[in-house]
Design a protein around this ligand. Structure first.
Ligand code: SF4
Length: 350
């Protein structure tokens, strides 16, 4: 559905601003609370849905605002239960989100931008150009849609949210933060900060900002190499945010928040899976309390990288373990539908 209108999206208003707008227009301010609840908690798709409001007020809302809606364009189901959804936005652009079911958790992997301005060499999203940032409501609505899938398909509530879909969340910080506030709010989804993880490619300045803001949600770093030369080869952000700057930012973040971080490390055969690579990773990981997720690589079309073999993976893991580091191997999910880590590229929607 394409919308062309000058009316503002009602969900771009904070509650106080909405109350002020109502007062200014001669409406009772407390009605704004009800409207806020409809759009954030009860997921109203139109003003007509707001059944506890009078006809005149609904007409007033219709006259001044629009409600945007995220449509599920397509769903793909993996053999392992993973569900990848393509979501169509009100301007016709498309982003993807993934539901990853496991025994004890239901995780939603959420996108923060349409495309990405960065160019990590192993990532399919990098092949799309950066189109725009997602608005807070578009980020939030992905969570709502995936949460419904968890309920309907698995009979379980959503337990975790990771910002590891399309885009670099810290380059859309304001909108991601607003979306997280709504996700955590009692007037929204009421989810605990402990269940939310923001994953960044390592924007040092913004990691400091997270520290200054003393955010409570979890932070993950897509590290993938712990020496500058190698990291710059696969992640150009390392040219402007080298490991030294990243380490300083993380020390500041940890000093302010007291929260450990998680390093994501995709193992590429004969690139970052040697003993020396493990030693570099061990050294880097000691800057702040942390744990490491070793991730199996999912080949992306046209990529020069290959998956490491099981023996090398196990040797790498053991080297970390012997150094006293908590390291978990993550087998990627949804590979058969291109829903695994680094594979989101709107293939089905394009
Ligand atoms: S890994 Fe993340 S930051 Fe890097 S190109 Fe892909 S989406 Fe962007």
């Amino acid at each position: 559905m394409l919308l062309r209108t000058d009316k503002p999206n009602i969900r771009s208003y904070a509650l106080d601003d909405l109350r002020a707008f109502f007062e200014e227009k001669g409406e009772k301010a407390f009605r704004a609370n009800q409207v806020f609840q409809w759009v954030w908690q009860k997921h109203a798709k139109s003003f007509g849905d707001m059944t506890n409001l009078g006809k005149d007020l609904r007409a007033f809302l219709q006259e001044h605002f629009l409600i945007t809606e995220l449509d599920v364009l397509s769903e793909q189901h993996s053999n392992d239960g993973t569900v990848k959804s393509a979501f169509s936005l009100s301007d016709g652009k498309v982003v993807e989100g993934v539901l990853i079911p496991a025994d004890s958790r239901m995780t939603a992997c959420i996108s923060s931008q349409v495309g990405c301005s960065l160019d990590c060499k192993f990532c399919a999203t990098a092949q799309l150009k950066m189109m725009r940032n997602l608005n807070p409501d578009e980020i939030y609505d992905q969570v709502v849609a995936i949460s419904r899938q968890a309920d309907q398909k698995f009979g379980q509530p959503l337990s975790n949210i990771v910002f590891m879909g399309m885009g670099e969340p810290l380059l859309n910080f304001k909108n991601v933060s607003t979306a997280i506030q709504h996700i955590m709010s009692e007037q929204g989804l009421g989810m605990s900060y402990k269940r939310i993880t923001v994953s960044t490619s390592g924007v040092a300045k913004m990691i400091r900002r997270l520290g200054e803001d003393r955010v409570k949600y979890r932070l993950a770093i897509s590290l993938h190499a712990a020496d500058n030369e190698k990291r710059s080869q696969i992640m150009s952000i390392n040219n402007t945010n080298p490991l030294e700057d990243l380490a300083d930012a993380l020390k500041f973040y940890y000093a302010e928040t007291g929260s450990p971080v998680t390093y994501e490390y995709i193992l590429f055969r004969d690139f970052n899976d040697s003993e020396e690579d493990a030693r570099n990773l061990i050294r880097f990981s000691k800057h702040v309390p942390s744990k490491i997720n070793i991730i199996e690589y999912n080949p992306v079309e046209g990529s020069p990288f290959r998956q490491t073999d099981p023996e090398r993976l196990e040797r790498f893991r053991r080297l970390l373990e012997n150094a006293g580091i908590t390291a978990t191997v993550r087998r990627s999910r949804g590979k058969d539908i291109d829903a695994a880590c680094g594979q989101l590229a709107n293939k089905t929607a394009s």
